[in-house]
Design a protein around this ligand. Structure first.
Ligand code: FE2
Ligand code: FE2
Length: 164
């Protein structure tokens, strides 16, 4: 877990919303896998969860469900970079929301909104899997924003090393 994640988890209101999840070994196991660039899946999920929590709170949405499902949205627990060649709709991008939901449901009690947030977070890639709640749409957008940053910053750093 990186320093930013530790800092975000030290914020009391946020920590209270996800404390039982972040103390569980199955959630901490996400730290073993890289998600984008140099960011572990756990650090990615904490970032998505915290940003979703803050925005949901600002707009008087269900910030607790957004924070909890944001933390669990990528609980697929494998290294997706090692994926063998598969047909398009069997690829990680399409299937991992279902795997994450199955793992999350097997380990925690989720409400229907949290399930929807996890299952629909790859929309619009998963065309027919349209978010049902505004919190699902929010987490999906925050996930894309965070993923772009995590992917582009290491690339920009590499490029800068190459040029300068
Ligand atoms: Fe995902
Ligand atoms: Fe994600």
């Amino acid at each position: 877990m990186n320093q930013l994640s530790k800092k975000l988890l030290s914020k009391k209101g946020y920590y209270d919303a996800i404390s039982d999840l972040i103390e569980s070994s199955v959630v901490l196991k996400m730290d073993e896998y890289i998600q984008h660039g140099t960011t572990s899946t756990l650090d990615h999920c904490i970032r998505v969860s915290y940003r979703s929590y803050k925005i949901a709170k600002l707009f008087k949405m269900d910030y607790k469900s957004a924070a909890r499902a944001g933390l669990l949205h990528d609980l697929f627990l494998y290294d997706w970079h090692l994926e063998p060649k598969r047909k398009l709709f069997e690829k990680h991008g399409y299937t991992h929301p279902k795997t994450a939901l199955m793992n999350a449901s097997n380990n925690f009690n989720l409400n229907s909104k949290e399930k929807d947030i996890i299952l629909k977070h790859m929309w619009p890639l998963t065309l027919r899997s349209v978010p049902k709640y505004k919190e699902s749409f929010l987490v999906s957008m925050v996930d894309k924003y965070s993923s772009c940053g995590e992917t582009l910053v290491p690339l920009a750093n590499k490029l800068a090393e190459f040029i300068f």
